[in-house]
Each structure stands twice: as C-alpha cells, then as structure tokens.
Design a protein. Structure first.
Length: 575
C-alpha cells in the first residue's frame, strides 16, 4: 500500500490543482460574460417598465407601477389572446415534434435518413415565410383554398387562417421541427436495450413508447416544451402577418404598436414583456423539480448500438405521416409563395394570371437585400460556432459542477427567452447606447444580441443530452488523474456530439431568421434579411414579399448544403 502513495500524491498534488484552476478560471470568465450580457439589459428594462413620466426621458423622471396595473386593466384581452394561442400552439408543436422524433429515431420507417433531412426544411423557411405562405393559402376570400372552393361552386369561405387557431396552427407547424430536433437529440442517446427489455416482457410498441421511451427522454421533452412555449409567447411574425388582419392582438403586436406610437410608450412595452417572465419562472421551476426527482441517465460505461424497432406494415403509415407534415409545412407553402411571386397580381385561377419574373428582378436588384442576406449568414455561422461551445460549458456548470447557486444560473440564462425578443431588443438598444463603446449600428452588436437571445435555445437543447450521460463516466476520468479540460475534451464533448451538432444547427437557423431582436438594433451598415422582408410586406405588394422570402429560403438551404458537405463526417452523428 505504501508503494501506491507517490502516485496518489502526483494526482492530488500541484499538477491536479493547476488543472482544477483552469476549470475555475473558465467558469468565472463565462459566468461574468453571460451575466453581463443578460443582466445589463435587464436592469434597463426594469427601470423603463417603472417609468410613469415622460416616455422619452432616460433615465426616467418619475417611477411607479402604473404600467403593470394597466396590463390587467387595459390589456387583459391581449394577455388572454396570448395565453390561448401559446398553449394551443405548444401542445400541437410538442405532439408533432415528439411523434416525428420517435418515428425517425426509434422505428424502421423507410427512408429514415432522407426524412430526417426533410424534417429540417420547415425550420429553414422561418415562421415569417410560413405565415406569409399560409396567409396566401388560407386567407379569407382571396386565399388560394377559398378561390378554388368558390371555383367549384362552394359558398362562403372554406378556411380562414385569421383566427386564434389559425395563428396557433402556423406557429406550431414551423416550431414543431424545433421540438423534433431537441427531442430527437435525447432519443438518439438512449440505450435501446431498455425498450427491448419491455418488448421481451410482452409490452406492446405503444406501451413501450409511453412507459419506457417517454419517461427516459422526459428532460428533452420538458426542455422542448419550455423552450417552445416561450417561443410561442414571444412569437411576432405569425402574430403580425395573420393576427393583425384578423384583429387578434397578442403581447408582441401590442408591444409593436406601443413602440410605433408617438410618443412611443416604452414603459408599457417593457412591463408587458417582463410580465411574461413570471410565467416562464414558474415553468422553469417545475422543470427543475421534475428532473431533480428522477434519474434519466441512459449513457453509461456499457456500450450500445442504436437499433430501431421493427414496425411491420405500420412503418408505411408512419412514412405517410412524415410526408403529410412535409406537405403542409414545406410543399404547400413553397408552392403558394412560388405561384404568388411569379405573378403581377396573385391568383390561383391560372386563366387570369399574368406571369412575370419582375418581382425577382426587383428583389435581386436591391443592394440592401443582397447585403442583408450575406450579413445574416455570417452572423448565423459565427454565433453558432462560438456560442455552442460557451453554451456547452454553461450546461455543464448548471448540471454537473458543484458551484453554489448554479440553479439560479439557469434562470438567468432563460431570461432572454422569457421576455419577447422585441422587448429584449429594446433593452439591448438602451444598454449599448448608454455604454461608451461605439458598436451600436454594427454587426458586432447584432452578434452580441443574437448570442444573448440564443442562450436559452442552446442550453435547452444540450441540457436533455447532458442529463442522459452517467456522471460515473466523468468521475472515472477524474479518478484516473485527468484534468477538467482533458476530461471535457476526451469524455464529455464526444458524448455530447449529437446534442452539440443539433444545437449548432438550431442556433444557425435561429440567427438567420431572427426578427424581434433585429428590428431595433439594425443599422444602415448592419442590415439583416428578416426585418427587410417585414419592411417589404408593410410597404410593397405580397408578390414582391413572396419573392424575397423565397430568395432567403433558397439561399439558406444552399448555405446549409455546403456546410453539410464540408462537415460530412461530423454531421453523420445527426442521422
């Protein structure tokens, strides 16, 4: 036994302390940076929400809670509309995402690899493009579906997307793919032997899914629910394009009206945004209590190979379900936008159509549109590449470290998601205008803003995968003398690769399609594509807007195809 003492001394001596110091240094640096980026705008936001005096004065000259009281006195219908639509959209999105993730991760559905790539297409289109498309498809009177219905002798409108359900439908259709990516990352990391054991004991496929698969991927499902619900509460594109024509106002469109008024009512906008944080605080508390009560680790020291369940003839039914989703979320919207963009005046009655390429020529001739596309792609690639590494370490700090108060860090990270991005964009604007650093109106400020608002997306995506990794794997590395950096590089990060790649893809796409935080931060030299499309929608015809939306979608798809080709070996982890 005495002969072993020198080795133990080497492990627990000065070299080990130096390695442990690297963990402390990196942790402190990341927490300081993230805390600064989140807390500083929060301070300005809270201060402005208490402004009851001159709305143009900053700092406020008078303070009070009048703006908060007005939410329940004057804006109760807006609040009710927001909750109804958000709940409906979240339920639909999670059902779509979980079903698709289970089919493509746990069953032998034909063409799994092709279908999984197709499932990402709705996310490439963005909710703004989807909302424009479904307004063209299912708008009352002039919508393509209603035109066809009247053409065959039908009376009245067949469908009307300008309703509560219509807004929720569009939001769920294009956020369901987000839930799919987040949940499938957890399902791919689950040991199939657990499901096989249930099948051997006589459980049906449906019972196995409900009693084994669902409980084990519950962190991923709850994380996706938390994120998607927050997205629905703060959704702006669908509420703007579909809600306003239908006279259905939610918090984001009410905030938009407040900022466009003269003088702008920033206090009301800030108070409404902060009110949503209370809802998200409650949901995050529930999420943490659920995961604290159970063990969801399925990745242990025992090797396993993912094996899909043989579904027999049901596999073709699942294939049809996946294709139906692609039809509703991709084929119909793209077809409607394409038909609209090629006409002078949009109509589904081809005998009356006047086809032209003028809308594409106009869109491509606009210098700001080309610049906005390039800027959006640059921001997406840069923020995703740097941000996913920082977010991985953040997730490790929250769920693996022994840092005191690590639970409160998660609440801090979720704040940008709990507040509508329109409001958080305003807060960032006030914060960086009052800081003596001249980055306002530049892409650097846009990058910082995107990184801040994407923190919840990256953390929620990675959290479900981290919770599935047995702590004993990291503990074995430490017992063998590995330092924290070496352990992260050789054990933790390789096991997290599917989740990291899923998070990178989601962050890249979220940056390219970001609208809310961009509206107030975009300057003459930092234009991005989503606000440019909104401007075209407000000032130009539907035909030009459709052309711009398709150009954005096509450019993003081409960029992603190139990225997948360059990183083919790594992206295989996602399939």
């Amino acid at each position: 036994m005495r002969g072993a003492e020198p080795a133990l001394t080497v492990i627990s001596g000065e070299p080990f302390k130096r390695r442990r110091n690297w963990q402390a240094i990196i942790t402190v640096v990341i927490l300081l940076v993230v805390g600064f980026l989140v807390v500083l705008p929060m301070v300005f936001l809270v201060e402005e929400s208490l402004n009851t005096g001159d709305p143009m004065a900053f700092p406020p000259q008078e303070y009070g809670i009048r703006n908060y009281l007005a939410i329940f006195e004057e804006d109760i219908n807006v609040l009710w509309n927001t909750l109804i639509i958000a709940v409906m959209a979240t339920v639909m999105a999670i059902l779509i995402g979980f079903t698709l993730a289970w089919i493509l991760s746990r069953t032998n559905v034909p063409g799994r690899a092709m279908l999984e790539r197709l499932m990402e297409l709705p996310y490439y289109m963005t909710p703004l493009v989807g909302a424009l498309a479904w307004a063209v498809i299912a708008g009352p009177k002039s919508g393509f579906a209603n035109q066809l219905w009247k053409g065959v002798g039908g009376g009245g409108d067949l469908v009307d997307v300008y309703t509560h359900f219509g807004i929720a439908w569009v939001m769920a259709l294009f956020e369901g793919t987000v839930a799919f990516v987040m949940i499938s990352a957890s399902m791919k990391s689950m040991d199939p032997a657990l499901e096989e054991s249930a099948r051997v004991m006589g459980a049906s496929k449906l019972r196995t899914m409900l009693t084994v698969t669902l409980p084990l991927v519950m962190p991923g499902v709850l994380g996706a629910t938390l994120f998607v619900f927050a997205e629905m509460l703060g959704s702006f594109a669908a509420a703007l394009v579909i809600g306003i024509p239908g006279r259905i106002y939610v918090i984001t469109t009410a905030i938009w009206d407040s900022t466009l008024a003269y003088p702008p009512d920033y206090g009301r906008a800030s108070a409404m945004g902060l009110a949503l944080f209370v809802v998200m605080f409650g949901m995050l508390t529930f999420y943490r209590r659920v995961i604290a009560r159970g063990s969801f680790a399925t990745i242990t020291g025992k090797a396993f190979r993912p094996r899909p369940m043989d579904m027999g003839r049901l596999a073709w039914l699942f294939f049809a379900f996946c294709m139906l989703y692609i039809l509703l979320a991709v084929v119909l919207p793209i077809g409607a936008l394409l038909l609209t963009s090629l006409q002078r005046f949009a109509t589904v009655i081809l005998s009356q159509a006047q086809f032209t390429f003028a809308n594409y020529q106009t869109a491509l001739a606009l210098g700001p549109v080309r610049t906005a596309l390039v800027n959006s792609l640059m921001l997406g690639f840069g923020v995703a590449s740097v941000g996913v590494l920082v977010m991985t370490i953040l997730v490790w700090i929250i769920y693996r470290s022994q840092l005191t108060g690590r639970g409160s860090i998660e609440y801090l990270v979720m704040f940008p998601q709990a507040v509508p991005r329109l409001v958080f964009g305003l807060a960032l604007l006030w914060a960086w205008i009052n800081i003596p650093i001249s980055i306002y109106g530049t892409l650097w400020l846009m990058a910082l803003a995107y990184f801040t608002v994407m923190l919840p997306l990256g953390v929620r995506t990675l959290a479900g995968v981290v919770l599935q990794i047995d702590k004993s794997l990291e503990e074995c590395a430490r017992v063998c003398g590995a330092g924290w950096v070496y352990q992260m590089r050789t054990v933790t990060l390789p096991l997290l690769k599917p989740g990291i790649l899923a998070a990178w893809l989601l962050i890249f796409m979220a940056c390219v399609r970001e609208l809310g935080a961009s509206v107030f931060l975009m300057g003459p030299n930092s234009k991005v594509i989503a606000p440019s499309i909104v401007n075209a929608f407000a000032t130009s015809g539907t035909e030009l807007t459709a052309a711009m939306a398709l150009i954005q979608t096509f450019t993003v798809i081409v960029a992603l195809v190139i990225l997948f080709r360059l990183t083919r070996g790594m992206t295989r982890e996602l399939t």
